[in-house]
Structure formats: C-alpha cells, structure tokens
Design a protein around this ligand. Structure first.
Ligand code: URA
Length: 245
C-alpha cells in the first residue's frame, strides 16, 4: 500500500505539495470514488486512479538506455564526481534507477539504468552469460594470435582466467587497430586488462550492445531514452546477441 500523493508525484503529476491541493480540490478519483485525503493509501497495481478525468498509467519500474559519455561514473552518488544519475531528468530520478553493471569513467556507450532489481541481477550475474559487445581502438596491431588467445581465455594480471571471448578485427595497423570484443563477464576493467595481458593498450572503448539490445545510435553521448516494451522483453528473456561474429 502506498500514499496517493507519493504515487502521483513519482509518476510526474507534480510535487507532493502541489498534489495536496489537487487532491483537496476533488480532482483525484480512486476506484470510482473522489478522495480528498492526500495520505490515502492504496495498492497502485490493483486500484484504478484517475486525475482530472484521465486514467493514470501506473508503472513501478523504469528502464532507460543511455549513451554514457566520457568523464562520468557509473554510480548513483559520489561526493566529487559527476554520476550517470546526475544526467537524468527529475521525472526519471524519482524512480531511483541505478546502472546495470558498470562502465569505466572513460568508457562510452550503452548503459542500462533501471530500478528493477530482479532484471539487474539476471543481466549481471555471470551465470546467465549475457553477451556484451564493445568497439575498441587499440594502440598496436591486433592479429590472429590475439584472436586465438581471446578464444582460449586470457589470463589477466591477478591470475584470473577469463571466459572465452570473441575478438573481431575491423582494422589492423601498426600504430592503431579497431576491434569488436564480445565478453560475457563484467570484471573490473575487463577488456582493458585482457588487452594489457597481450601487451596492448585500449585507447578508446565503447559498449555497443548488451544481450540482444543494441545502442540506439541516434542517442548523442550523455542522452538517454526509455526502453520500448519489446526491448524490455528482449532483456527479460536474456536473448543473446546481435553481432554476426
Ligand atoms: N571493460 C573495461 O575495461 N572497461 C569497461 O568500462 C567495460 C569493460
């Protein structure tokens, strides 16, 4: 059971103070009855709420796709650094979303934000083997030996043997290469450390897909949108991906 003013304010119908007046004026109807008490409690999943004659579409969860920019951290709060939550509008912040997994401060691209803990768990749990695809620029020539090493499982600096990963070379030059990497884990700095283990450095990293969900390239860095129903379903069913590799 939740307070009517809280439900409506979370859905963007105004501040709690504004809603107190709206409710007092008799503009809010719950299950056919006008209610005038802003502290009235109801189950928003069961009751029908109307405001100014319009039916309220209740939602508990929010699902956002962001094209994360360089220079912000994937956290909900930080004393010093700008976070991905700071980039959200108030109407989305009220849902208390958090990032699904982390991208490094200097990594750009697809970041999902939600307040759906169950989906979050499913997407980041290593048990579920969700493919994450990254586009990367590397400071040296990437070759077939690297592809093979990724396939076999790279041993990173702390001795951990990564799960097999796919490496696809898009461009290979002595001074810079462009590659696509598909990993199923989400270890700290994983892609960077995998290349370090091969004596190479990632100079640019962008996540382009997560499971079957691809980054909407019409989103500029730093902007975001709500996921469509079918995109949420795609994540919930955890269908893997995307790239023909
Ligand atoms: N791997 C990294 O090294 N960094 C990221 O942000 C994501 C994957």
């Amino acid at each position: 059971m939740e307070r009517i003013d809280k439900i409506l304010s979370n859905l963007g119908y105004g501040t709690r103070k504004e809603l107190k007046n709206i409710i007092k004026n008799g503009s809010v109807i719950v299950d056919g009855k006008i209610i005038k008490d802003n502290g009235f409690k109801l189950d928003p999943e069961k009751s029908i709420i109307e405001i100014n004659g319009e039916k309220v579409q209740y939602k508990k969860y929010i699902y956002l796709m962001m094209n994360k920019p360089d220079g912000v951290i994937s956290a909900t709060f930080d004393n010093y650094e700008k976070t991905v939550i700071d980039l959200l509008l108030e109407e989305h912040k009220v849902f208390d979303p958090f990032p699904v997994g982390r991208l490094d401060k200097d990594t750009v691209g697809l970041l999902i934000l939600t307040n759906d803990g169950e989906l979050n768990h499913k997407l980041i749990s290593p048990k579920h083997h969700v493919d994450k695809v990254y586009y990367a620029k590397i400071d040296k020539k990437v070759d077939e030996k690297d592809v093979k090493a990724f396939e076999e499982g790279i041993v990173i600096d702390d001795g951990y043997k990564c799960m097999p990963a796919k490496l696809k070379i898009a461009k290979a030059k002595d001074e810079e290469s462009e590659v696509y990497v598909t990993v199923q884990e989400g270890k700290f700095h994983q892609v960077k450390r995998m290349f370090e283990a091969r004596g190479k450095k990632v100079v640019y990293l962008k996540r382009i897909s997560f499971g079957a969900l691809e980054l909407d390239e019409s989103l500029k860095e730093g902007s975001y949108r709500e996921l469509e129903e079918k995109e949420i379903k795609m994540l919930q069913t955890c269908k893997n991906s995307v790239m023909n590799m």
